[in-house]
Design a protein around this ligand. Structure first.
Ligand code: PRX
Length: 628
């Protein structure tokens, strides 16, 4: 069956069973999915079904033994700041906020923008929006006024919920002044609620701004609010992704299909048990935060740990302390976090402190087998460390190991989840044999797919007769496990040999002195393209020519001659998006000798990295050319 087209009736049957088990609809759907990439240009999930996402995440648990269970445990950046919301408390606050929104004239279909740090009010706001049918768009609190403004405009937001400020790595970050600048330019936002977090002095614009907590405690605000019955295809939220390209693009997710995917993938991958503490470290501004800190685990009645700010501030010890303090059982994180923890090995906790960990999962980028294996051995007994594949457009995880015993150290993201029909195809869409490197395609609709992918022609070229092209390169093994090789746009073509970035980078990361690596293709007169690589050494290893020479022989052992980089350059840090992804598009320009024309840099976490890399390249001291 591996790689063969999954039959439509069996996929539909699978999702119908999942929907019956997991969804509580105010009006039952008539057909689990209508349409298919190959037959009709549009797809509709849970046809004629009606439901409400907030009801799934909160109300449903009130009539069960979970009413007084912790839904949210919030750890502030300062250790003594902890807040716990039971499901009952969450219900009351969500309803109060929903009533405040209605009082301000917000209703079905009005977009609400959320520009908050990682505080419980962020989850409350998402759920309050869901309750009244107002799609939300969470804008990561590290974004600038211009980025916020462009998002407000793009989704025509009618309300903004922000805070006076936030705490990040020990610093108090002003948010309200940033929000004010964005609002100055976009007057369609009629009201702005402000959560008090840092007690910074802020300007409040009369008639537009008010304090969140005062509004919620007003005498006319009830702690009950009827939930809107939403059509399954109504939008639940918008997100702006820059994951793949570094350029922001709006992705819309619907209510019914998305929720079905969130619930079923969360259950399948994390196997949440009633008393589990589940910690997904991603910011709520990304798809992982939406699906695996809110809609998935709360929909299943789990207990979610939310951590404010940077989980590794003031150091790695903090991360371990949080795991120990709350006895975290399931952890969902990113390779960058795992690598940073590994880098700071001195701060390791005693194995007993990690004895609660039963599953660690990684997402977002390839996790190098060395780092995954390292994490697996920390608790004094083997802890499964798995890799999972997720994408903003996908709504949730599409690939994960069938059992936790298939570790990330094998280099694969596991198999397509049940109900997902994937394939690896060549340029012309033909199925590749096992082991072939090609485009990663999802051949049949899945419930978490973005609304754009369900509509005709909106994302031209991405959905074709063959299915949805994820934009990734992959390879499939005999056991139908997938290895992700990088993005198609980052493909390097050396004398006709197509190389994904991931394998070259994994080889670089296998060197004990290297903690980050990025490979790009540059023009080469003889072979079309050649590989150029940037490496970040461990903090205690100087980035010298000697190190690069050493890497040269390391690579010669690991890679064939065609794959050997023609240039190696030390990089104190790499250009990354605010969600932590390396932006290879910019590295390609630097490697090719361009020193400008970098385009829109608003998604970058730290644009100053570019100047450093350009200067290093010009100086040429920590750069070598390998003569082949
Ligand atoms: O290239 C894949 C990579 O991240 C992309 C999706 O990025 P974004 O929409 O920002 O969503 C991030 C979700 C955490 C994918 O197209 N990616 C995601 N997971 C993995 C991965 N690459 C390699 N291994 C993974 N496990």
């Amino acid at each position: 069956m591996a790689g063969e087209k999954g039959t439509l009736p069996s996929l539909r049957q699978y999702w119908a069973t999942q929907a019956n088990e997991l969804l509580h609809c105010s009006r039952r759907w008539e057909q689990v999915v209508r349409g298919d990439f190959t037959t009709t240009p549009t797809v509709e999930w849970l046809v004629n079904g009606e439901l409400n996402a907030a009801v799934h995440c909160v109300d449903r648990h009130l009539t069960t033994g979970r009413r007084n269970k912790a839904a949210l445990i919030w750890q502030g950046e300062r250790d003594h700041e902890v807040r716990v919301y039971t499901y009952q408390m969450l219900f009351s606050e969500v309803c109060r906020l929903a009533n405040v929104m209605k009082k301000k004239g917000i209703g079905r279909g009005d977009c609400v923008a959320i520009y908050l740090p990682m505080v419980p009010e962020l989850v409350v706001t998402m759920l309050a929006c869901a309750r009244i049918g107002a799609p939300h768009t969470v804008v990561f609190s590290g974004f600038s006024a211009a980025s916020l403004q462009s998002r407000l405009e793009d989704c025509r937001a009618r309300m903004l919920i922000t805070a006076d400020g936030g705490l990040r790595a020990g610093r108090s970050i002003p948010l309200k002044p940033t929000a004010d600048s964005a609002l100055e330019e976009f007057a369609e936002v009629g009201s702005c609620l402000v959560v008090r977090r840092t007690d910074q002095k802020v300007e409040m614009v009369p008639g537009r701004d008010s304090w969140y907590h005062s509004e919620l405690s007003a005498a006319d605000i009830s702690s009950d609010c009827e939930a809107e019955s939403m059509a399954a295809g109504d939008p639940l939220f918008f997100l702006y992704t820059s994951g793949a390209t570094g350029l922001p693009k709006q992705v819309r997710h619907g209510t019914g299909g998305y929720l079905l995917h969130a619930l079923s993938s969360c259950r399948q991958v994390f196997r949440l048990e009633e008393d589990d503490i589940f910690w997904s470290t991603a910011d709520l501004g990304w798809i992982t935060g939406h699906t695996y800190s809110v809609y998935g685990p709360l929909g299943l009645g789990g207990t979610v740990l939310l951590h404010e700010g940077v989980p590794l501030y003031p150091g790695a010890a903090r991360f371990w302390q949080v795991v120990e303090k709350f006895r975290v059982n399931k952890l969902y994180t990113a390779p960058a976090v795992i690598r940073a923890l590994r880098r700071a090995e001195g701060a390791l906790p005693p194995p007993a402190a990690l004895s609660s960990l039963r599953l660690v999962a990684s997402v977002g980028e390839p996790v190098d087998p060395g780092s995954a294996g390292w994490f697996a051995g920390l608790a004094g007994r083997p802890v499964p460390v798995i890799d999972t594949w997720c994408q903003t457009e996908a709504g949730g995880i599409l690939f994960a190991p069938r059992t936790p015993d298939d570790p990330a150290s094998s280099g694969t993201v596991g198999t397509p989840l049940p109900g997902i029909d994937a394939a690896v195809v060549d340029e012309s869409g033909h199925l590749l044999p096992t082991g072939g490197c090609g485009r990663l395609l999802i051949r049949h609709p899945w419930p978490g797919m973005a609304l754009q992918l369900q509509e005709e022609g909106e994302i031209g070229g991405v959905v074709t007769d063959g299915g949805y092209d994820t934009g990734d390169l992959a390879r499939r093994d005999e056991e139908n496990r997938y290895v992700i090789l990088g993005r198609q746009a980052d493909l390097i073509n050396v004398a006709g040999q197509q190389l994904g970035t991931a394998e070259i980078e994994a080889a670089l990361l296998a060197h004990p002195s290297i903690i980050e690596a990025a490979a790009v293709g540059i023009a080469d007169t003889e072979r079309g393209q050649a590989v150029y690589a940037f490496v970040t050494p461990r903090h205690d290893v100087p980035g010298t020519r000697r190190l690069l020479e050493e890497l040269r022989s390391h690579l010669a052992d690991k890679l064939g001659p065609a794959v050997l980089p023609v240039g190696l350059q030390c990089a104190p840090s790499l250009p990354k998006t605010k969600s932590g992804k390396i932006v290879r598009r910019l590295l390609r320009k630097i490697a090719s000798g361009e020193d400008g024309g970098f385009g829109d840099l608003s998604a970058l976490a730290d644009p100053s990295v570019l100047a450093v890399l350009l200067a290093e390249k010009r100086r040429g001291e920590t750069k070598i050319h390998l003569n082949l």
